[in-house]
Design a protein around this ligand. Sequence first.
Ligand code: HEM
Length: 180
Amino acid sequence: MKGIVFTGFLDLVEDKFGLEMVDTLLANSELPSNGVYTAVGTYSFAEMVSLLTNLNKETGIAIDDLLLVYGEHFFSVVKKSYPEFLLQFKDPFDMLGSIENHIHVEVIKIYPDAELPTFEIVKQTENELVMIYTSSRAMHSFGKGLMNKTFEHFNQKATILVEKLNDKGTEVKFSITADE
Ligand code: HEM
């Protein structure tokens, strides 16, 4: 997992819970990196799991809820670091339908070792998008957070239904419909 994901995460934790919480997480988590991350570096996904597990222990907030808020925050990280990514799209459906064949393809060019999910498009119209998320990392709630902020960015509203296709959440169906 890329360092930009870790630095964004620790910034969010500091913002919401304070620097002491960051110190507690770094002290209690299993971190071969010792919690020192650079944006372009690559670190084990297990470090993120350990940080999330400890934040869940400290705050009582469910891991999926933490990932949702984190996904929402990651949108602003992306917006700041890669503003050109957002300028190419005319609306949220256009953008979300382009993750697989466009956005994440560009991400792989910047970070060849990025570990990305796949989004298989099942149905796409002007105001509806149905996609299947697949990833061994089960970060669908992080994706939901990014989707929420995508609609906010374009000043539009939508209903996003999330249906787990297996218990682990490594396969998830997103059904997105524009609100009238
Ligand atoms: C992961 C970039 C948009 C869904 C990632 C990662 C990066 C990235 C750098 C981490 C990869 C790693 O750590 O190895 C971007 C950029 C975007 C973008 C620059 C530009 C707008 C989106 C959108 C979604 C999305 C709109 C909506 C669902 C995800 C998910 C992951 C991820 C769910 C977590 C990894 C996983 O589930 O396996 N993305 N992303 N991304 N991205 Fe994107």
